[in-house]
Every structure is written in C-alpha cells, then in structure tokens.
Design a protein around this ligand. Structure first.
Ligand code: ZN
Length: 241
C-alpha cells in the first residue's frame, strides 16, 4: 500500500480516501487555478510513483519531470480550447498498459476549456474507463462542467480542505444557515484528529459517513436528511460533546 501521508498530506480528505483505497478513478478537482495545480500535481505524482508514494521518494518516476513522464498525459488548451483530437489522442494512449507506473494519468487542465465535442468524447471514455487510468479533471467551478461528466466523477472541493483544523461543533449541523459541506469537512478533520489520538474503529466508520455525506451533497442528496443522519452518527460515536 502506498503511503499518502506526505504527498497528499495537505488535503486531509484526499489523503484519507487514498489511504483507505477510496480514491475515485475519475476525480474532478474544483478550486482556483493555484489550488487545482498543486492538488493535481500531487495526485499525479502519487499515482505515478513506483515506490512508497512519499514526498522524498527517489524512484525513476519521481525523478522524472512530470510532463516528461511516459505515463503522464497533461492535456492543456492549444490556443484557447482543448479540442476533440487532443482528448482522443490522450484516451487512446491510455488504452495500452502504462510503461513505468501502476497507472496512466490523464489530466485535463482545465476541463472547462474543452469544446463540447471534446467533452462528449471524454464522457464516453469515463463511461468505460481502463482499470489503469487515473482521470484528473480540474475546473474553477463545477457548474461549468457538463452534468453528465460531473456525475461520473468523485468531486473534490479544494477550498476549505487546505485549512488543517477548523473548529467543529455538532450543533452546527442543526444550523441551516451554515455551509454544510464546509462543516462536514471540518467534522471529518476533527474525527481524523480524534482517531490519531484514540484508534477506535467506530471513528473510521464515522469518517466514512462524513466523506459519503460530503460527496452526497454534490449528488443533491437531501440536506436535511444529511444533517440529521450525521448528527445521529456523531452522537452515537463521539457523544454529545
Ligand atoms: Zn516514487
């Protein structure tokens, strides 16, 4: 199992998902350009690594410049747009086994630069992905991406996940004026902190509930139900405080 601690350590939810082998094959990273660049680079590095996945790894893949890696396809706009041919070429090249790494990484940077034709071709390949392909899609806002593409991806909100420890209080869940997604991120971070101090397996279950709830909001899961379910789990696992 690869270590996710140092490469993905800046993004606790991503690191935890990676550690538990829950990282999706297609990830839509949503955030500003700088945030997307650093998260996508870290994820690509982590997937391409032939060793432990640690920051200090010195394997052949980690030594190679990212864009010069034989299993890396970093697809960027030629002028203003990413065209159909570029997507087709990247997808076709991922259909044969990777040369060095466990996975081929396709990074569409940003997915919002794609022409509609190109995005439709991407959608087709997301419907039947090769087991050895990691898709990374970056976008400033998720509503700029085709909903059919969004529905094929695990969505990662980069804003808010960088702050390592924000306070979380269970009563926040009952407050409809608060941003539920941000509170769930803070709650997951709090649970992770508790688990590191006291490795109770029930905390891992709670963590899963929080991660699933976080993803569920993007699939328009009923927010009221999410608030109630998470609050119930929290009471049962952590207690009223
Ligand atoms: Zn390595």
């Amino acid at each position: 199992m690869k270590s996710s601690e140092s490469r993905l350590g800046q993004w606790p939810l991503l690191a935890e998902a990676a550690r538990r082998d829950r990282l999706g094959q297609a990830l839509l990273l949503v955030g500003d350009e700088k945030g997307c660049q650093s998260a996508a680079t870290a994820l690509a590095r982590w997937r391409l690594c032939e060793g432990s996945g640690e920051e200090a790894c010195n394997c052949r893949s980690c030594r190679r410049q990212l864009d010069a890696h034989p299993d890396m396809r970093h697809v960027r706009p030629e002028t203003k747009t990413i065209r159909l041919a570029s997507v087709q070429q990247a997808v076709a090249s991922s259909q044969s086994a990777p040369l060095w790494s466990p996975m081929t990484v396709l990074w569409f940077d940003p997915v919002t630069a794609m022409t509609l034709e190109a995005e439709t071709a991407l959608l087709k390949s997301l419907e039947e992905p090769e087991a050895t392909t990691q898709y990374l899609l970056t976008a400033e806002r998720r509503d700029q991406v085709l909903p059919t593409v969004v529905s094929r991806c695990q969505i990662v909100h980069l804003q808010g996940s960088i702050r390592a420890s924000r306070p979380f209080r269970p009563e926040y869940l009952a407050d409809r004026g608060r941003d539920l997604q941000e509170d769930l991120t803070a709650a997951a971070e709090a649970v992770r902190g508790r688990y590191l101090q006291r490795p109770d397996p029930r905390l891992l279950e709670l963590f899963d509930v929080l991660v699933e709830a976080h993803g569920g909001i993007d699939r328009n899961l009923n927010q009221e139900l999410t608030r109630e379910t998470v609050a119930m789990w929290w009471r049962q696992t952590v207690g009223p405080d």
